[in-house]
Write a protein that binds this ligand. Structure first.
Ligand code: SF4
Length: 485
């Protein structure tokens, strides 16, 4: 086995409670405290013996906490995102100042699509890896010269170079299990997602999504539009191992872009999980047939995370969602009839949004009535078709995708619909969805049945009310700042 550089994988300290690490597709601080696992960093960490993965935001680590680590390592790999990049650069500079011999590189979708631009942001950054960086980082950690590592942009003697692209990873079983890295370096209790049981563990069984939604970050930047998958046996073996490592875990989440993109494989994995008797959940498109839903449910599926996005067919067509409203309604009926819970996600401010489509989407959500919802503001991440379109059309009115506290900002505005109105629609959406007798009874009943859930929901409720109060203050400030005609 080759010698490895002492390698630190770091999701840097950032905004307080920032859920924007190497597993978050929507990088922002949430309405309630939540964290995804840093799976994109855990994968290369599993390939580098003796490495360490530090996920600063869930561990509440500050820059002062992580700086002493600089002297213990030869190589630091920082995962960055569009909203956190400027701050992450400062962390890189501080690490280099603490240990001038430390080699610092950046990974993540945001820099993968603009590698040289990222390198130019600071001389503290020695290299930036391209799309799938697992083996790129492994080779660097083995001490290979950057010039001989595919998929890399790097700086040497003040000049920036780019090596040939790394071929897309086809044999996904070459990726080792991440759960051993989670066990070694993370505290599973610190990872929360409101609609998942706690504690939960999430991981990927494949990369890429067959759909081409124009706003969606990963398939357009790092994953591509082919669903490349690990074998069924490999996935089931990792969950079997996870169940031994984490007997306290109540739910496993498959965070593949669209786990249901390959229905026969989803059913085969489900049957394997059924034998393990674990509870699990996954991302799904709103077009899974009832027969498949039944197989998944019979084998431990508890919840589906479904991107409905909008109640306007025109908007769904504009963003190339590839789904019809009637099909999504039918899917939802089937899932609910089978007792599968649904967390539905919606996006306000996508191209074609009007006051009427906002109202239609809220009514659509009330009508579908998923168990829980998440409402996001359209976020045109660099590297996506939406970002290019927004620039071309003049819709992009601010480059900062989050506000000073790391909370999502409304950056797209249209001649017929101001971004302040889109911003205000988010609160209206949440209020109309959750402040209904049916929802209040459902959540109250769940709390009465389980004291752990009671404690958790009370904390989340307090977070949520703070979030709404903050929104109201920002909306009022935006209204006051709007020029009067
Ligand atoms: S279906 Fe979901 S994961 Fe796939 S491109 Fe669309 S939004 Fe992204």
């Amino acid at each position: 086995m080759p010698d490895y550089l002492r390698t630190l994988f770091l999701h840097p300290p950032s905004f307080e409670g920032f859920d924007g690490g190497a597993g978050s597709r929507y990088q922002a601080r949430r309405e309630v405290r939540s964290f995804w696992y840093p799976t994109w960093l855990a994968q290369p960490a599993a390939l580098v013996p003796g490495s360490r993965l530090v996920d600063a935001p869930p561990a509440d680590l500050t820059l002062d906490d992580v700086l002493p680590l600089a002297r213990d390592y030869d190589l630091a790999v920082l995962h960055t995102s569009a909203p956190s990049f400027a701050h992450d650069v400062k962390v890189a500079e501080a690490l280099r100042e603490a240990n001038p011999a430390l080699r610092v590189g950046f990974v993540g979708a945001h820099v993968a699509v603009a590698r040289e631009q990222a390198l130019r942001a600071s001389t503290a950054i020695e290299f930036v890896a391209g799309n799938e960086f697992d083996f790129t980082i492994q080779e660097l950690a083995q001490g290979r010269a950057p010039a001989h590592v595919a998929g890399l942009s790097y700086r040497t003697n003040g000049h920036v170079h780019r090596t040939p692209e790394r071929p897309v990873l086809e044999d996904m079983d070459r990726l080792p299990f991440v759960v051993d890295v989670y066990k070694r370096d993370l505290e599973v209790d610190r990872y929360f997602i409101g609609y998942l049981l706690h504690p939960y563990v999430s991981l990927y069984t494949g990369r890429g999504c067959r759909s081409k939604c124009t706003f969606c970050l990963w398939p357009q930047t790092v994953g591509g539009h082919r669903y490349r998958t690990r074998s069924v046996g490999h996935v089931v073996a990792e969950i079997e191992r996870a169940a031994r490592l984490f007997p306290q875990v109540k739910e496993y989440f498959f965070d593949d872009d669209t786990f249901t993109d390959d229905l026969p494989r989803a059913e085969a994995i489900a049957r394997g999980l059924g034998r393990l008797r674990v509870t699990w959940s996954c991302n799904a498109k709103a077009d899974v047939p009832a027969s498949t839903l039944a197989v998944l449910r019979d084998n431990g599926l508890r919840l589906l995370l479904v991107g409905y996005e909008s109640g306007s067919q025109t908007i769904l067509n504009n963003i190339k969602k590839g789904i019809r409203l009637d099909r999504a309604r039918e899917f939802t009926r089937h899932a609910k009839a089978l007792g599968i819970k649904i967390h539905g996600t919606f996006v306000m401010g996508l191209p074609g949004e009007t006051r009427e489509t906002i109202e239609a989407t809220i009514r659509y959500a009330l009508d579908l009535d998923p168990d829980t919802i998440q409402v996001s503001l359209a976020a045109p991440y660099p590297g996506t078709a939406l970002h290019a379109q927004a620039r071309e059309q003049g819709w992009l009115q601010d480059d900062d995708l989050v506000d000073a506290g790391g909370v999502q900002a409304s950056v797209l505005g249209y001649p017929h619909l101001a971004r302040t109105e889109i911003f205000a629609s988010l609160e209206a959406f949440y209020r109309r969805f959750y402040f209904r007798p049916r929802k209040i009874f459902a959540i109250g009943g769940e709390m009465l049945r389980d004291r752990t859930i009671l404690r958790r929901r009370l904390g989340e409720g307090a977070d949520f009310l703070k979030f709404l109060a903050r929104r109201r203050r920002l909306s009022a400030a935006a209204r006051a700042a709007r020029p009067r005609s």
